[in-house]
Design a protein around this ligand. Structure first.
Ligand code: LLP
Length: 383
């Protein structure tokens, strides 16, 4: 059952014709499937110890996608005041405490605005407390702690440890405790997010244990936010994250320390598999042994392969039934040699106009796109 839900190809194989029609009308497009969003939300809800899920909208801030999670009762985690405004504009009646604002090196004005808007606010540095005490006096806050280690699919997305710019290091906690007293602060929750694309199911329990130790030092903490980072399978060779083990390990933690509310803030896990990027073949080229399939959008729409070497499943949606007969590089129209959606892919023969599908691109796809080379990136379509 669970494998079926997670099989990345189920939904787009079923909706092949609808997807081909969308590209015909819209050109290069990201298409998101609402039912798959709901299925993945259901998997996160299987983690019984979690009391609250906040969707990290940096992964995909499409209004329809956000509406889906809002209607399931999820809150929202935001990293910029722009993201906070997006949530409030879409859901004017939202309880402001369903929004957690977790800025990093933001200007003073964003903290002031967040407090005015009465959203939950996380500090990830003691500088604001030391330099702008008047802004925070008497406030209720979350603190982002650096547990001392990071984890993730690529060094760019590890957000813990001394080489990462995020979080308050544990050696500063005593200083924090003094500032808490001096400024009459309430530390409502502790937060940690150690990275993205994590497949180790014990990672969140490890974070919980460290946050618990810090909470003991500070006293009075009710909420532990264990961050996001839940990994997905970008192609068939990768493993699933074992949600059952995440569940069991967090149940163990909750049994030992029942005094906390546990929060998580997944982005990728909720949206990645529900999205595909569709683009059409423009030209074919052979350079000796190397064959290129050119398509009408590239790193301007989807930068993950260029930025992290990400390897997403790619198929020729116009020829799903045809056998693979060649190895190709699938490349976009952008003026950089790094503009590759996929390298060394087994593919059927292709023709100009064929629709190419890049799978599991619902997270960190459209949100990281640009009009580099003044080429408009793929549009968003929700089905
Ligand atoms: N919470 C915080 C504080 C974060 O910084 C992030 C992601 C999340 C939650 C959600 O993480 P997720 O569950 O999506 O892994 N562009 C990169 C990923 C960057 C993640 C940034 N922070 C990629 O395409 O792999």
């Amino acid at each position: 059952q669970e494998e079926d839900v997670r099989d990345q190809s189920v939904w787009w194989k079923e909706k092949q014709q609808q997807l081909l029609d969308i590209v015909e009308e819209e050109g290069p497009s990201y298409v998101y499937d609402t039912q798959t969003l709901e299925k993945y939300a259901g998997l996160i809800q299987e983690i019984e110890a979690v009391d609250r899920t906040l969707y990290a909208i940096k992964a995909n801030a499409n209004p329809e996608v956000m509406r889906t999670f809002h209607s399931l009762g999820f809150g929202f985690e935001c990293v910029s005041i722009g993201e906070v405004h997006r949530v409030i504009e879409l859901f004017p009646d939202i309880d402001r405490k369903d929004i957690l604002f977790t800025p990093n090196f933001a200007p003073k004005s964003e903290y002031e605005e967040a407090l005015e808007l009465e959203v939950n606010l996380t500090l990830d540095n003691i500088y604001p407390l030391q330099q702008w005490p008047e802004v925070f006096r008497g406030q209720e806050l979350f603190l982002r702690i650096d547990p001392g280690h990071g984890h993730g699919h690529h060094k760019h997305v590890k957000t813990g440890g001394v080489h990462s710019k995020f979080g308050i290091p544990r050696f500063e906690i005593e200083e924090v405790a003094e500032l808490v007293e001096e400024l009459n602060l309430t530390i409502k929750g502790l937060h940690a997010h150690i990275g993205s694309g994590i497949k180790d199911p014990l990672s969140w329990k490890r974070t919980a244990i460290i946050l618990h130790e810090v909470a003991e030092q500070l006293g009075g903490v009710d909420i532990l936010d264990l961050g996001g980072g839940f990994g997905i399978r970008e192609n068939d060779t990768q493993a699933h994250l074992d949600i059952k083990q995440v569940n069991e390990s967090l149940n163990e933690f909750k049994e030992a320390e029942p005094q906390y509310e546990l929060w998580v803030e997944p982005g990728r896990f909720l949206v990645a598999v529900a999205g595909v990027l569709l683009t059409r073949v423009t030209q074919l080229k052979g350079k000796g042994q190397v064959k290129y399939v050119g398509v009408d959008t590239g790193m301007n729409s989807f930068i993950r392969p260029a930025l992290y070497g990400a390897r997403h499943t790619i198929v020729n949606l116009s020829r799903l039934e045809e056998p693979n007969s060649q190895s190709v590089n699938i490349v976009g129209p952008i003026c950089e040699s790094g503009d590759k959606l996929g390298i060394d892919r087994l593919f059927p023969q292709c023709k100009e106009g064929d629709v190419i599908l890049v799978a599991n691109t619902g997270a960190y796809g459209q949100v990281m796109s640009s009009d580099y080379n003044l080429r408009a990136p793929a549009k968003d379509v929700v089905i």
